[in-house]
Structures are given as structure tokens and as C-alpha cells.
Design a protein around this ligand. Structure first.
Ligand SMILES: NC(=O)c1ccc[n+]([C@@H]2O[C@H](COP(=O)([O-])OP(=O)(O)OC[C@H]3O[C@@H](n4cnc5c(N)ncnc54)[C@H](O)[C@@H]3O)[C@@H](O)[C@H]2O)c1
Length: 358
């Protein structure tokens, strides 16, 4: 039985992780720490709140005294670190928050873990799992080999640079102080509970309300997409069977151009509206309600500065060493995601009108 501290647990991947982990490991306890920034949403944890195995604490990873209190009082042996500023566009308009949270915040967690676990060898059986991104590796040309764990870091946005710095700090606490740590670097996630400023949820909600679907540049940027619970399954493998001190790339062997992802999404909505007449009544502003294709909303906008061309993950290490393979195909994962957003209208309406934060 493990006792987890999950940071950033009210965010997109963190909340899915809490639900996934409890389903797979019902005897474990989870303490969730989240400051509920704009992307943090306590409603994402509604099914866990009040359960005996779950404790929610509103607070910051930058508060070392709070983190130490939680590690000690809950006898935590596994810290899973999702908390971050995560949106590349925001890191261009306001990079300071990315330095404070992703670098200083991660270092604060490391100091707390060192004090509570390492000093006087207080908890020899511990693990600090750091959740990172493939964006630390920079960008690939069309024919370059995919990112492996030995690809040199070359971050291109303040977001990616701050995550790269945090990866290095976590590694350094292993080599310098003996912290038992693992890091996973994952590709683009999609699925339920994703905050609607990222590409897929933004496009889904715009299709339903008849707003344009903004595509940066010509939409030819390539990303490797992974369904969020496949990411969580990969993290679980790394936590349970990964070697301390190692990093593992997690990906879906699933490269798509942004424009093609959006077109697939449009096809799915066209199909859903064609097969369910009640959707036209619920979403009269959608072009699909009038029998037009959602793709009529696609609009090309000026590309963002420093936009990486292509990301791709070489997942042979996590697959060969830990036996990880994604369960969802892009077809099944996208269909699940679309159906979740259609079935959870109150969830996203509360974000759009701001009431989710009350
Ligand atoms: N979304 C992706 O495609 C993707 C891919 C690879 C890796 N990641 C990594 O996974 C992690 C989670 O990403 P996400 O998409 O769920 O992000 P998110 O923005 O949806 O969630 C981040 C969460 O962290 C919380 N948070 C922010 N600052 C905090 C602080 N100081 N103290 C406590 N909590 C704080 C927020 O309130 C929010 O709930 C991040 O570390 C990100 O870099 C994301």
C-alpha cells in the first residue's frame, strides 16, 4: 500500500491521474495539493472529494513548510509532481510565473523531500516522480529520428525551458543527495477535463458555439498525441517498476499535423450531429445544427513565435523495459473525448462563465 502526494491534482492530467490511480490501486491513499490557479478546478476531483482515501489541500508547491507538513502527517512515500504552468502561449506573454512555479516550485518540493525523506535516512523507501514534457527536446525536422532519452535538451519556449530546468534539478537531487527519483517526458495529451485554452477542447467548444477554429500558421506542425489515461498508465509503470535515477519517454506512436487533428475532430462532430438530432437543439449556433460541416469554421491565424515544427517520441525504453503500450488508438481516444465533452456541458459552461472558480 502506497501513500501518495499528488501536486497539481486539480489540473487536467493530475485529476485524471487521481481517478485512474484509485481505480487501479484502491488501497492507496492520495493527498492532493493544488493552488487552484486558473487551470486548477476542484470540480475535476468531485468523485474523490470526501472519500476516506482522499485528502484535498489548497496550497502552493512553493510553500515548503506546507509540503513538509503534508509529507510527514500523511507519511507520504511517493510524490507525483504534475503542478506547473503548462500553456506555451502564456509563457510567451508572461514567463515569470513559469520560472516561479516550474523551476522554483519544483526546487521547493525537492528541498522538502530531502528534509523529510533523506536527512538522517528517515524514509529509505521513497520515490519522487517528476512529470515532464517532450518539449524540452526542442523541435524535429520531417526526417529526424524521434526524441529518445539521450536526445540533447534544446527547449525553444519559456515553458519548455522552465520544464527543462526542473528536469535537471530533479536529476541533480538524485546524483548529489541520493533522492530516489524518476522522470517521464510525455507527448501531447488529450482527454476529459482539459482546460479549454488548449487546441482540442478549444476547438470542441468553438464547434458547439459556432466560433472560428484558429489554426496557427498553415497547421502543418506535427505533434505526437496520447490519450491522458495512457499517459497515466505509463506513469504508473514508471513509478512501480522504473529504475531510480532514470527518465522514460512516454508517447503514442501517433504523429499528426495540427490541421489534420482538427479536421478529424470536425468529422466526429459532423457524425455526432447527423446521428443525434437532440444535439442541434442543444447547440443551435453550431454549423452542424444546420447540416454544415464543422470544418467551415477553420481559420488560419498568424503563427506564434518560436513555434516548434515537429515533436515525436521514441518510446522504446518504456516499452521494452517496462512493457508499456498505449491502449487507446487515436480513433477511440478522440471519440471518448468528444463524447465526454458532449456529456459534461455543465463542467465546461462553468469554466466559460468563470463560476467554476467559486
Ligand atoms: N498537457 C500535456 O499535453 C502535457 C504533456 C506532457 C507533460 N505535461 C506536464 O504534465 C503536468 C500537468 O499538465 P496539465 O496539462 O495537467 O496542466 P494544467 O495546467 O491543466 O494543470 C496544472 C495544475 O497545476 C496547478 N498549479 C499551478 N501552480 C501551482 C502551484 N504553485 N502549487 C500547486 N499547484 C499549482 C494548477 O492549479 C493546475 O491544477 C505539467 O507538469 C506539464 O508540464 C503536460
Amino acid at each position: 500500500m502506497s501513500k501518495l502526494l499528488v501536486t497539481g491534482a486539480a489540473g487536467f492530467i493530475g485529476a485524471n491521474f487521481v481517478h485512474y490511480w484509485h481505480g487501479a490501486n484502491p488501497d492507496d491513499t492520495i493527498v492532493a495539493l493544488d493552488c487552484l490557479s486558473y487551470a486548477g478546478n476542484k470540480h475535476n476531483l468531485a468523485a474523490a472529494l470526501g472519500q476516506p482515501w482522499f485528502t484535498f489541500v489548497k496550497g502552493s508547491i512553493n510553500d515548503q513548510a506546507l509540503v513538509e507538513k503534508l509529507l510527514i502527517e500523511h507519511d507520504v512515500d511517493t510524490l507525483v509532481h504534475f503542478a506547473a504552468e503548462s500553456h506555451v502561449d502564456r509563457s510567451i506573454t508572461g514567463p515569470d510565473a513559469f520560472i516561479d512555479t516550474n523551476i522554483v516550485g519544483t526546487h521547493t518540493l525537492l528541498k522538502a523531500a530531502k528534509n523529510c525523506w533523506l536527512d538522517d535516512d528517515k524514509k529509505p523507501q521513497h520515490l519522487f516522480h517528476h512529470v515532464s514534457t517532450d518539449e524540452v527536446y526542442g523541435t524535429l525536422g520531417a526526417d529526424d529520428p524521434a526524441f529518445s532519452e539521450t536526445t540533447p535538451y534544446a527547449p525553444n519556449s519559456p515553458y519548455a525551458a522552465s520544464k527543462a530546468a526542473s528536469d535537471h534539478l530533479v536529476r541533480s537531487y538524485h546524483h548529489t543527495f541520493g533522492l530516489r527519483m524518476t522522470t517521464s517526458n510525455c507527448s501531447n495529451n488529450y482527454g476529459p477535463y482539459q482546460f479549454p485554452e488548449k487546441l482540442l477542447p478549444l476547438c470542441m467548444l468553438n464547434i458547439l458555439s459556432g466560433k472560428s477554429l484558429p489554426i496557427y500558421g498553415d497547421g502543418s506542425q506535427i505533434r505526437d498525441w496520447l490519450f491522458v489515461d495512457d499517459h497515466n498508465r505509463g506513469i504508473e509503470r514508471v513509478i512501480k517498476s522504473g529504475r531510480a535515477g532514470e527518465t522514460y519517454n512516454i508517447g503514442g506512436h501517433n504523429e499528426w499535423r495540427n490541421i489534420d487533428v482538427v479536421r478529424r475532430l470536425c468529422d466526429l462532430f459532423d457524425d455526432r450531429f447527423a446521428n443525434d438530432p437532440s444535439l442541434a437543439a442543444r447547440f443551435p449556433d453550431s454549423p452542424c445544427a444546420a447540416g454544415q460541416s464543422a470544418s467551415s469554421l477553420i481559420t488560419f491565424v498568424t503563427d506564434r513565435p518560436g513555434h516548434d515544427t515537429r515533436y515525436a517520441i521514441d518510446a522504446r525504453k518504456v516499452s521494452g523495459e517496462l512493457g508499456f503500450e498505449p491502449v487507446e488508438t487515436f480513433e477511440t481516444g478522440l471519440a471518448k473525448t468528444v463524447d465526454w465533452y458532449l456529456a459534461n456541458e455543465p463542467w465546461w459552461r462553468a469554466i466559460l462563465d468563470g463560476s467554476y472558480a467559486e
